[in-house]
Design a protein around this ligand. Structure first.
Ligand SMILES: [Zn+2]
Ligand SMILES: [Zn+2]
Length: 378
């Protein structure tokens, strides 16, 4: 028996599969997610459905018809969705369990949950993917302000990395963009649609605002554009976007799989041979999937093969990373300030395989990434 499903955020590895694997056969389970997460999912669920629904399940309807039917209005999914704003407690079983969703940083709408088991007098925090630091498009996690918790279930993406990643210099990034536009070139920034794209949009808007005479005309294409529109309602940095459809010289577009037949491919092919243009790489290499996008290997080669064609690489290729996960120092700071007796690291490699070990007190118990293992509250 499941009483409720609590969704942390709209990234595929945290929400996909809901529709087809869990929800379609079992339509009566209540689901909880932030209103921003639900709005983003209404756009991106398309991918999930396309991947998981068989021809038989689709019947005579198209995927977008299914998407609208399931997710909007009185659809079966929408009926079981409970959306919330961060900070207002969810009453699942009053008097026994109080659940407070908190902002988690990371991406717009991302949520950590504080579970208070009233009889047991125990508190558990589930962080989901998080950042304590504020990003451009979303402020940092509020659960860092709690006084203490008994059990911490903590994201540990960066514990499996040799090097912790930090945002590269904003000034260098800004100068490259301003210079490219000044010499009549085009800047193309492929970025993951949710999170990285909005960070890139917020960065470029900031450049637009601080270099007033730079003549930057920003376009946000594809899924990234639709998601950014939703996020703009929740993020001050995205509120007053100055976007252009015509004559755009800075283009942020969904990286997708960087495959040949996509919108992004059209932009990439356009800038590769142009010595005045700039291709920003890095925002489509994800911390979670470092081997990802290997079908699009850009190095210092003078020519690359892309989509069955040979391209002379004349444009500048600049690597600018946009990290969205908790760095080691943020994990340590959370563990130090919340003083949990037990920490379970999820979203990371298993025991013995992590490359980085956060500093703990000796009486704190650590568990590494075993999914689907029940957590004891004692
Ligand atoms: Zn995430
Ligand atoms: Zn994740």
């Amino acid at each position: 028996m499941i009483d409720g499903i609590f969704i942390t955020h709209a990234h595929a590895d945290h929400i996909n599969g809901l529709l087809s694997k869990i929800i379609l056969p079992e339509l009566s389970i209540p689901m909880y997610m932030s209103s921003a997460t639900y709005e983003i999912f209404q756009i991106t669920a398309f991918d999930d459905l396309a991947k998981h629904m068989s021809k038989d399940q689709l019947g005579t309807f198209s995927i977008s018809e299914w998407k609208n039917f399931i997710l909007r209005g009185e659809g079966p999914f929408a009926r079981n969705i409970n959306t919330f704003e961060h900070g207002s407690p969810i009453e699942l079983s009053p008097g026994e369990l109080s659940i407070t969703p908190c902002r988690a940083g990371h991406i717009v709408g991302a949520t950590g949950y504080v579970f208070e088991f009233i009889d047991l007098q125990k508190t558990l925090l589930y962080t989901g993917d998080f950042t304590l630091r504020s990003l451009k498009s979303v402020k940092g996690a509020t659960f860092a302000d709690l006084s203490s918790v008994d059990v911490l279930v903590c994201e540990g993406t960066n514990l499996s990395k040799l090097n912790n990643r930090r945002m590269d210099s904003f000034k260098t990034f800004a100068d490259k963009i301003v210079n490219t536009v000044a010499q009549g070139g085009t800047v193309v920034i492929p970025a993951f649609s949710i999170g990285k794209a909005q960070e890139a949009v917020a960065l470029v808007s900031e450049i637009q605002a601080s270099y007033m005479d730079s003549n930057i005309k920003l376009k946000v294409a594809g899924l990234a554009g639709q998601v950014t529109k939703v996020c703009a309602r929740y993020s001050n940095a995205l509120l007053n976007l100055n976007l252009s459809e015509v004559g755009a010289n800075v283009i942020i577009s969904s990286a997708g799989t960087m495959k040949d037949d996509t919108t992004i491919a059209r932009f990439v092919k356009q800038v590769l041979p142009d010595h005045k243009s700039l291709l920003v790489k890095g925002s489509f290499f994800d911390e979670e999937y470092s081997g990802w996008a290997s079908n699009f290997q850009l190095n210092r080669a003078k020519r690359i093969r892309y989509g069955g064609e040979d391209f002379e690489v004349n444009c500048e290729i600049y690597e600018f990373k946009i990290p969205l996960h908790a760095e080691l120092y943020e994990i340590e700071s959370l563990v130090t300030s919340l003083k949990p007796k037990t920490v379970h690291f999820v979203h990371t490699v298993g025991q013995g395989h992590h490359n980085v070990t956060p500093k703990f007190d000796e009486d704190q118990e650590m568990h590494w990434g075993k999914n689907f293992q029940p957590i004891e509250l004692t």
